[in-house]
Design a binder for this molecule. Structure first.
Ligand code: ASP
Ligand code: MG
Length: 411
């Protein structure tokens, strides 16, 4: 007997038929003799509608009331899921975020889970009752409803699995698992049977939308065995796995590269003719940090003439307008000649823990792009990933070419 957390995303609970189909997956797990806690998202599209309502009232609304509104989508699906399970003869009840409680901090709209009180849940699970928990919801230390940020149901699922010491956390979604590249772009993309937490973390933060980034961080920290699988495939269940996400000690033979991903969410900013003196970079990026603008890639060369140089960096598309505004206001103080913003860029990344032990991976990336006449504008690397910034029109060509170059295409 095992304790399993099953999480169903928005498309997996999009309507009553989908909820009933998800309930069948829960029932199968119960019939295997397992204890099951179910975490549900809101029905697909519902959270967007709720967010829209709050915006219409006022763009500057009270974040505590925002949470009261947007947390309701998950409340609806929790009740419906519990009813569906009961209709299928399974003992079940819903447990809202404040009833458990899922304690969070007070950062309304993007709260962090501090602790989940699990004793009563564990007792009920032991009595063979399925617990249905709305994702995304928490109870702040101000004793008010909180939400965890968009996509936060994955975080609830992983945190609950950690609190309950579950054997596994199954994330049901609308794709069959984690792929070597986006299958809509690369025909030869393959489902990965296993991937490490670190790789999944890079994939999630570099554009793959399958898991929320913070949920992967949490799974890695607490060693929660994650499995990503489709609720749309009747044949797929916990015994015919999607993709397992686990520690690298559990993966014997590492691929050099596990996946190629891309993101159109970045914009490039170039400061031309920046004074080459100490403190300029600190002032530039300090200004952005103070405004909570995240800078990702940065390149700066030394000034050949000893006087001025260029600095190029990337920020999220959403932050571009504010970045331009803030830095333009400081133009004189920072002493640059011109600021050139550019949204026409895409970040393409190759990821693999095997990079630690194989040479020549970056070289192959540069060669592959060079052979296709694709110019690389910015490069950044970590131990297990290489990212390049290129012109947006080459995104698909680059992803396909790299997928083939690293031998990832299916035979
Ligand atoms: N319903 C929330 C959202 O759409 C949380 C989630 O589904 O993960 O962001
Ligand atoms: Mg999601």
């Amino acid at each position: 007997m095992a304790l399993i957390v099953q999480k169903f995303g928005g498309t997996s609970v999009a309507d009553l038929d989908r909820i009933a189909a998800a309930a069948v997956k829960v029932k199968q797990e119960v019939e295997r003799g397992n204890q099951v806690a179910v975490v549900v998202s809101a029905m697909a599209g519902v959270t967007n509608e709720l967010v829209e309502l709050t915006r219409k009232v006022s763009p500057l609304h009270d974040a505590r009331e925002y949470d009261v509104v947007v947390s309701t989508g998950e409340q609806v699906t929790s009740g419906l899921m519990a009813m569906c399970l009961q209709a299928q003869g399974i003992a079940a009840r819903s447990w809202l975020g404040w009833q458990i409680p899922v304690h969070t901090d007070d950062a309304h709209g993007r709260a962090r889970i501090l602790d989940i009180e699990s004793a009563e849940l564990i007792r009920r699970l032991g009595d063979r009752q399925v617990a249905v928990v709305p994702g995304f919801q928490g109870l702040g230390s101000d004793h008010r409803m909180t939400t965890l940020g968009r996509g936060g149901s994955d975080i609830t699922a992983v945190a609950l699995a950690a609190a309950l010491k579950a054997q596994r956390c199954d994330i049901y979604t609308d794709v069959d698992g984690v792929f070597t590249a986006d299958p809509r772009i690369v025909a030869g993309a393959r489902r990965l049977a296993k991937i490490t937490y670190e790789e999944m973390l890079e994939l999630a933060s570099l554009g793959a939308k399958v898991l929320q980034t913070r949920s992967v961080e949490l799974a890695m920290k607490h060693n929660v065995r994650l499995q990503v699988l489709s609720s749309f495939n009747e044949a797929i269940g916990s015994d015919t796995p999607g993709t397992l996400v686990l520690g690298d000690e559990e993966i014997m033979e590492q691929e050099m590269v596990s996946g190629v991903t891309y993101s159109r969410d970045d914009a490039k900013v170039t400061l031309i003719g920046v004074a080459d003196r100490p403190g300029v970079a600190a002032a530039t990026f300090g200004t952005l940090a103070d405004a909570a603008i995240n800078v990702d890639m940065i390149v700066q060369n030394i000034a050949e003439d000893g006087r001025s140089t260029d600095i190029t960096f990337t920020v999220a598309n959403d932050d571009l307008a504010r970045t331009v505004e803030l830095l333009t206001a400081l133009q004189e103080q920072l002493g640059f000649a011109r600021l050139v913003p550019d949204r026409n860029v895409v970040k393409v990344s190759v990821i693999g823990v095997g990079m630690r032990s194989h040479a020549g991976i970056a070289q192959r990336m540069f060669q592959t792009l060079g052979d296709r006449g694709i110019n690389i504008q910015v490069i950044s690397t970590s131990e297990i990933k290489i990212s390049v910034l290129i012109a947006e029109e080459f995104a698909e060509l680059a992803v396909r070419a790299l997928h083939a170059a690293y031998g990832l295409d299916k035979e």
